[in-house]
Design a protein around this ligand. Sequence first.
Ligand code: ARG
Length: 219
Amino acid sequence: MNLDFSQIVPYIPFMIEGIWVTLQFVIVAIIIGFIIGTVLALFKIGSIKPLRMFADAYTSMFRGTPLILQLMIIYLATPQLFAYDISPFLSAVLAFGLNSSAYVSEIIRAGILAVDKGQTEAAVALGVPYREMMIDIILPQALKNILPALMNEFITLTKESAIVSTIGYLDLMRRAQVVGANIYLNFEPLLFVGLIYWGLIMVLSLLGKWLERRLSVGD
Ligand code: ARG
């Protein structure tokens, strides 16, 4: 056995820095995924058929292919079409945001459909316009239903973020590999960032539990 944790000490700040680098694009991707996902969910439950078909096809495509392939298409393949340079950061934000929106749209769609039909009926009877009904009445109630599933999605996204290491983005995962290559020891840096990922997920799930408790105060 050949373990020497003292070797990673000089690299600890470098690896810690990766937390922010990872979180940066994960947070932006979560926001994009949530916004597009909400729009797609409204398309799915709406009555306009072309929009419904678009949202269904979109979801099917993004859930039916590997995320790493979508990332590669955005980072490596689209520059071939449009002759532009796209940074690893922007590629990652787009791939993760677009991919997540497909999952989020299904979560929100199910959450909206789970809101009691009487709520819609009452709103319609009172003459509340569709937009206000959705934003002020249905979505706030749906949010409570979907919160656990949504937190789950954010956790998945945070862990899957490690695949951006394949396009040279210096995230946590990539940093562990760089350190491993430098000191010819892989166990120590991988274990170190593993603990960081685990910590991040713990924080996320505690946050989810706390939000859930807060939202259920009214029940
Ligand atoms: N490993 C899966 C894939 O490659 C994960 C997709 C991302 N999942 C998610 N809930 N956003 O397709």
